[in-house]
Design a protein around this ligand. Sequence first.
Ligand SMILES: CC(C)(COP(=O)(O)OP(=O)(O)OC[C@H]1O[C@@H](n2cnc3c(N)ncnc32)[C@H](O)[C@@H]1OP(=O)(O)O)[C@@H](O)C(=O)NCCC(=O)NCCS
Length: 156
Amino acid sequence: MKSMTYEIRDGSIGDIPFVLDLGRRTIADSRSAYRPAADEALEASYERLIDTVRMQEHVLLIAQAELAPIGFLILVTDLPDEVTMMAQGFVAYMAVEPDARGRGVGSALLSAAEAAARKRGLSHIALMVTEGNSAARELYAQAGFGTERRLLCKPI
Ligand SMILES: CC(C)(COP(=O)(O)OP(=O)(O)OC[C@H]1O[C@@H](n2cnc3c(N)ncnc32)[C@H](O)[C@@H]1OP(=O)(O)O)[C@@H](O)C(=O)NCCC(=O)NCCS
């Protein structure tokens, strides 16, 4: 496997165009088999997510290669678990450029998010993932995430 040099750094306002662009290009992987929305609807949902996150306390992490950013992760830090009200870090979204995948960038972003959450005194890190998104599900399983609750759906 080709090696690649990159670092994980904190993001800034200048990274927003990259976050919007990569998110729009990857959000289709979160398409539900139960509610198979059109690409435009998924992209709009991603833009709403970014609008919401920008109003919340969050940490933006960027995987930076020599010439360009190749991935990002957004960790929301002011969204407690809705059942226990325990503080947590919540991964709102993450993505890696298609040609940079399979080289540990996603894992590195997740580790950095975990460290950022721990640094802020948060005891857990949580996220939601679409059932059919096998790459993301495997990444999270590999990183030690377990299923806490399930979101069920039935066409009626
Ligand atoms: C999910 C995603 C972030 C993974 O990024 P990545 O940099 O390729 O992940 P890594 O290289 O760090 O992979 C770590 C582990 O995840 C698992 N994994 C990653 N991609 C996988 C794939 N396509 N199939 C199966 N397992 C996969 C593997 O267990 C891998 O460990 P290994 O390389 O030792 O086998 C990337 O595929 C992506 O951007 N997807 C589109 C956006 C998305 O779905 N985001 C998640 C929203 S919840």
